[in-house]
Design a protein around this ligand. Structure first.
Ligand code: NAI
Length: 414
């Protein structure tokens, strides 16, 4: 598969990859090792005008969270087949415009899972020992050596809300410290280790010494830890939120901390977060006893950055060289093992009735056998990977592209 390159680059010319914003060097290394690519890297995030001028011939563009990929940028880059967001989200990309043009968008939503789990467990211990509080006091010259309200976490119960990617990792680390693990998820989940899924959130709140949130921001999770839920938590228990700021009602949390119902809290995410390190942070939580505040750094580690570099470059390489859209943020997910001695046709199209039979008809009309096909649709877009006999003329690309349904067609050499 390594020799496969898009026919959309000029004959004999290596595919061009442009990586902006100081993407981890492991990404450029993977591209260079993975095929015949011209890889250019730059440190900054160009403005729209500048970016438009940089995209001539670029087939794959790598960005982090600062560079905005607008409709205008995409319009100026007809050869662009994929954008790699070397970060967690894709908010900086006009996804609708990318999809309309058949530009695949990839990101790395789960590369920092372990980093978040480690900080969560570290904070569980810090809260139980009031260690952050003691550290702050000592910075102010106050020696408060005391065992009051401090405890081991061994045999305590940690309740994990949201058992997706991060939740189970937190559970395994907690178990390694001798904690009992319960979790609540809206989906039935396979429990790792000795963890146990409980019937509902209320049961978890009543059982847990530490409640830790690992849910996404959805209509169901917004404010899900409100006054009523906090009151249901055990007296002297702790709340941790390293998921999304919208999940916890901060006013109610401050009340529960001030009146002593909760013994402490750790928050890494907030309903309103400063846009940059130049902007101030303000919250009613500031100055409360035994409250650990961190500036949304749960996933921010060197290892996570490297993982992001590897994960996104790997997905982009696969997409360019095999057409696999596994993990793609906007196109239907399709992948197919390579069939020897075949020509691979990739067609992104509008999902209207009869597309497949028309494409197949064009191939049959050339007297060529189709060896395998894989196909999926998603939100009005269809994506077809087809392996046909090698005798298929490359002119097929033009014929498919002429169909009204066509968005983008590529041919890969077998
Ligand atoms: P995930 O999508 O893998 O798992 C979320 C889990 O929550 C799923 O199992 C889902 O079924 C469950 N869930 C959804 N709604 C629920 C509800 N109402 N009640 C109970 N469970 C519910 O997400 P992942 O990767 O584990 O991340 C969890 C959170 O952590 C996300 O909000 C993510 O944005 C955040 N995050 C924070 C970071 C930081 O730097 N602090 C870094 C990485 C992720």
């Amino acid at each position: 598969m390594r020799s496969r390159l898009s026919t959309e680059s000029s004959a004999g010319e290596a595919s061009a990859i442009l990586l902006l914003e100081n993407i981890h060097p492991v990404a450029a290394e993977s591209f260079r090792a993975g095929g015949d690519f011209r890889v250019e890297t730059t440190a900054g995030s160009p403005r729209e005008d500048e970016l438009v001028g940089m995209l001539g011939g670029v087939q794959v563009l790598g960005i982090r969270s600062k560079t905005r990929i607008t409709d205008r940028v995409l319009e100026a880059a007809p050869q662009l087949i994929a954008v790699g967001c070397f970060c967690i989200g894709t908010d900086q990309v006009d996804i609708e415009a990318a999809t309309r043009r058949g530009v695949a968008v990839f990101n790395a939503p789960f590369s920092n899972t372990r980093s978040v789990a480690e900080l969560t467990i570290a904070e569980v211990v810090m809260l139980a020992r009031r260690a952050a509080q003691r550290s702050m006091e000592l910075h102010l010259g106050r020696w408060q050596k005391s065992a009051a309200g401090c405890m081991e976490v061994r045999r305590k119960t940690i309740g994990i809300v949201g058992y997706g990617h991060i939740g189970p990792q937190v559970g395994l680390l907690g178990e390694a410290l001798g904690m009992k693990v319960v979790f609540h998820d809206i989906v039935r989940k396979l429990a790792l280790g000795n963890a146990r899924q409980v019937a509902n959130l209320d049961e978890l709140l009543e059982l847990s010494d530490f409640v830790t949130m690992h849910v996404p921001d959805t209509v169901l999770t917004r404010g899900m830890m409100g006054r009523e839920q906090l009151a249901r938590m055990r007296p002297g228990s702790y709340l941790l939120n390293l998921s999304r700021g919208s999940v916890v009602d901060i006013v109610a949390l401050c009340e529960a901390l001030r009146n002593g119902h909760l013994a402490g809290a750790a928050l890494d995410v907030f309903p309103e977060e400063p846009n940059s390190s130049r902007d101030p942070f303000q919250s009613d939580l500031c100055g409360l006893d035994n409250v650990i505040l961190t500036p949304h750094i749960g996933g921010s580690t060197e290892e996570a950055q490297r993982n992001i570099g590897l994960e996104v470059s790997g997905a982009l390489l696969d997409y360019v060289q095999t057409g696999s859209s596994t993990g793609c943020a906007n196109l239907p997910e399709v992948q197919m093992p390579e069939i020897a001695d075949s020509l691979r046709v990739l067609n992104i199209h509008k999902d209207v009735p009869g597309v497949l039979s028309r494409v197949n008809g064009l191939v049959a009309g050339m007297g060529v056998n189709i060896k395998a096909q894989s196909y999926h649709t998603r939100e009005g877009i269809g994506y077809l990977i087809m392996d046909a006999e090698r005798t298929l003329s490359r002119a097929i690309a033009g014929e498919i592209a002429a169909l009204e349904s066509n968005i983008r067609t590529r041919i890969l050499n077998g």
